[in-house]
Design a binder for this molecule. Structure first.
Ligand code: ATP
Ligand code: MG
Length: 367
């Protein structure tokens, strides 16, 4: 085991195939259904891995429309890639990780897109010492995720693809359409890498960044697009936040679970500030900052940490206010004022001890 081994016990967040290794092994052992060439599981087993199957002891990992999962899996069995688009924090990255873990048993062939991403980081680069000593040879080649995925027949994840320069995105064109990658520096048959069965690409793009509109039409045609929506109802979102924050707190060494009544207030607050509609259906001001489920989970985690490590308890409404400020006022100073008005005007009308405590703690907002 090396310091970089993702299975290392103290990894903060091991990849899905390590976290759920027991479930994947069980699903594979029981899987009698037909599977596409190169896949580690059948579509039906992959679906159960992602959406859960309580009777078989498989946890639900992604909350959402089962038909989205079916479409995503079918898309990946075709000769086009899968593009997951949606608001920030709707679990696009999580879903792509789970899909890759289910299909290839490996979610780590990942390219992180950004303004400075280069083709070398996507396709391949060279070990310059060997290149200078021996000239171009397969030994001197350093494969990046795309080349490895093609050579090994695995799913490659391309995160935040639209943040990359257009010409860099376009290096996916021939791997996706002709299923081949040229390495012109190498002689003979090494100059072409043909994708093995099981290779495909899952890209994610977030609607708040530079949009998919800027992607070339040629590349768009090579992807099936699927939109991932926020969780529609309060009860489901609350259940998810409770489970996820509970797990994060356990891993952080906190031994008291988060309080359910406080989480209900927290999740309701996030939903109202996100949508600009109260749970009763009245219109109110929404924030321009991202108030996603992923952010709600991280605030619930921070609230539990504050309570436990500062005072030895579960965390309270004052911790929620203290943590909300850092989430809600990231890119727009006006959001802090909107949050203050929410705590003063909306929260004061609610009944319940935790709502009252949230209102009483409003002075903890900075500024
Ligand atoms: N529908 C959902 N099912 C399961 N977890 C969810 C869901 N929505 C949000 N989450 C939470 O959000 C976290 C994942 O967020 P993730 O980073 O995958 O979102 P994202 O859509 O990729 O965001 P970004 O656009 O910022 O990259 C999960 O770990 C989970 O806590
Ligand atoms: Mg993401």
């Amino acid at each position: 085991m090396t310091a970089l081994d993702p299975t290392a016990e103290r990894a903060q967040r091991p990849p899905a195939e390590v976290r759920y290794a027991d479930e994947l092994a069980k699903l594979a052992a029981d899987d009698g259904d037909p599977r596409p060439p190169g896949w580690a599981l059948s579509l039906r087993a992959a679906r159960r891995f992602i959406l859960g199957d309580p009777a078989a002891g498989i946890r639900r990992k992604f909350v959402g429309d089962p038909s989205l999962i079916d479409r995503a899996l079918v898309a990946l069995a075709t000769s086009r890639g899968l593009m997951l688009v949606g608001e920030p924090g709707t679990a696009k990255s999580l879903l792509s990780e789970l899909l890759a873990a289910a299909i290839s048993g490996d979610s780590t062939l990942t390219i992180q897109g950004g303004a400075a991403t280069t083709e070398d980081q996507i396709r391949y680069s060279w070990n310059y010492a060997l290149l200078v000593a021996d000239g171009p040879s397969p030994r001197a080649l350093v494969p990046a995720p795309l080349l490895r995925g093609m050579a090994q027949g695995r799913v490659v994840r391309f995160e935040e693809i639209t943040r990359c320069p257009l010409e860099v995105q376009d290096c996916l064109l021939s791997p996706l359409s002709d299923r081949v990658l040229a390495v012109p520096e190498l002689p003979g048959s090494d100059a072409m890498v043909f994708a093995r069965e099981g290779f495909n690409v899952i890209a994610t793009a977030n609607t708040r960044d530079r949009g998919v509109n800027e992607m070339s039409a040629a590349l768009k045609r090579r992807f099936n697009f699927e939109t991932v929506f926020p969780i529609p109802d309060l009860a489901t979102e609350l259940e998810l936040v409770e489970a996820e924050a509970g797990e994060l707190l356990r891993r952080s060494g906190v031994t008291v679970p988060p309080r359910r009544d406080l989480l209900e207030v927290l999740v309701t607050t996030f939903r109202e500030l996100r949508t600009g509609i109260t749970e009763r259906g009245d219109a109110m001001e929404r924030l321009s900052s991202v108030m996603s489920t992923a952010e709600a989970v991280s605030v619930a985690h921070a609230v539990g940490l504050r309570g436990w490590f500062l005072r030895g308890e579960a965390g309270d409404a004052a911790d929620v206010v203290a943590c909300l400020a850092g989430t809600a006022a990231k890119d727009d100073a006006e959001d802090l004022a909107r949050l203050r008005r929410y705590l003063e005007q909306q929260v004061s009308r609610r009944s319940g001890a935790q709502w009252q405590a949230l209102h009483d703690a409003r002075h903890l907002l900075p500024g």
